[in-house]
Ligand binder design. Sequence first.
Ligand code: CTP
Length: 444
Amino acid sequence: MAEKRLAKRVFMKRISWQKLDKNIQRSIDCIIKAGKRQGTPVFIIGGTVRDILLRKKNLDLDCVVEGDAVALAQAVARMTRGELKVHKRFTTATVKTKDGVSLDFAMAREEHYPQPGALPVVRKGSIYTDLRRRDFTINAMAVALYGDQSESVLDMCGGVDDLRQKRIRVLHDRSFLDDPTRMIRGIRFEQRFQFSIEPCTMKLFKSALRLNAFASVKRSRLFTEFRKVLKEEDVVRCVSRLHSLGCLKVLFQNAPLSVSVLKRIEETRACLPQNLELGDADWTLIRLLALISKMTGGQRDNIFQEIPLSRREKILLLNGRKTQQLIQQLSVKKMQSSEIYAILKPLAVENIVFIRLLTSVKIVRERIDFYLTDLRFLMLEISGDDVKEITGGPSSQEVGRVLKRLLWQRLNGHYITRASQLDYVRRWSAGVKEISRGTNAKGQ
Ligand code: CTP
C-alpha cells in the first residue's frame, strides 16, 4: 500500500542518456539488453543519478536490480568482455569494462539497524525500500533503465528539489544515529558541491555529536569513510570543517591534527615542477602524513593499530616521524649522489614527496627532485648472473654486495657502460681470489 502511494510520487524530470559520456552510454546499452533478456527490472541509483543531474563526470555506475544482481552482472561482463568480481557475502558484483567504466550491481534491499552504529541487517526489497534506506535525499533517486518509466527520475524524498536548492537533507530523524559515518559523508558532499546542510539535518547532526554517536562505530569503518575525504579535490576545506565540528576526535583518539600542514602541502603541490615523476604516489597517504605530522610515535601506533591499512602503509605512516631528521641529513653542504640515494631509497615515495612538499630548504628540494626524476630509476647494465659467470658462483650475499658497491659507483657517475661494469666485477673477483689465496697460504 505504502509503496503504491510512494510510486505515484515519481518526479517527471527526465534524464537523457544521449548527453552522457559515450563509454557510459555503451555500458548502459549492454545493461538494458541483459536486463530485458533476463526479465529483470534494473535501475541506476544513488550518487550516479545525482551526478548526472549535476552534469558531473562520473565513471562509476551504481545499479540496483529487482532480482538476481549477480546473474545480471555476469551477463554484462560477458557482453562487455569486462572483468567481473562477485562479492558473494553481499550478493553484489562489480564489472570493470575495457573503457574504464566501473559498474556496481546490487539486489534491491531493505535494511534495518539492530543497534546504533552496527552494520544493518539486510533483506530482499524493492526499488522503493532501497531508496528509503539511503543517506541523503540527493543520493536517494533512481532511474529505470527500461519500461514505462524509463528515463524519468524516481524521486520519493525530494532529491531533485534539494539539488536545486543546494541542500543536504537526511531521510529520517535517526539517520545519523543508525549510521554515524553519514555525518562524515554529509560534510564531504556539503564541501564538494558547496551545498549547505539543511537546518533540521544540522540539528540532528549536532545532537548525534552530543550523544557521541561516533563511539558506536568501529574505527575501521570511520577510517574507510575518512579515506574518501582524503581523496576530495578540496581536501583542506573538508578536513577543516570536520575538524572544527569535532568529527575527527574519535577516529584520531584526540591526538593533535595539523590542518595547517595539510594546507601548506596542498599549496606547494600546485607549484611542483611538471617533470617530477610522481605517478605511483598515493596522495591520500601524503595528505594523511601531513595531518598526523605533529603526532608522536605512540599516538600513531595507537591510531593505526586497528585500522585497515596494508603493512607498507603502516610503516610509511610511522616513518613520517623521521621527516625533520631526514631534512637535516639532506641539508649538509656536500653530498654525493650515492649518499642521497642511500637516504631516500629505503623510504616510500609518499614519504619522500611529503618531505619535498614540507621543506623550504632549497638544496633539499633539489636533491629530492634529482632522486625522483633520475636517481631512483638508475639501473646497472649487468645482473647477478653476469657476476656469477665471471666469479664462478660466489654466495648470493656476495653477489648482492658487489652489485651494491658497483651501483654506488654508477650513481656517482662512474662505470657507465656494460663493458666497464663487467671489468669492475672482474677486477673485484681477481682481488677476492688474491686475498683468499693469501689467507690460505697463511693458514698452511
Ligand atoms: N549510501 C548510503 N549510506 C552510506 C553509504 C552509501 O545511503 N553510509 C548510498 C548513497 O545512496 C550513495 C550510494 O550508497 O549515493 C553509493 O555510495 P558511495 O559510492 O559511497 O557514494 P557516492 O554517493 O557515489 O559518492 P562518491 O561520488 O563520493 O563516490
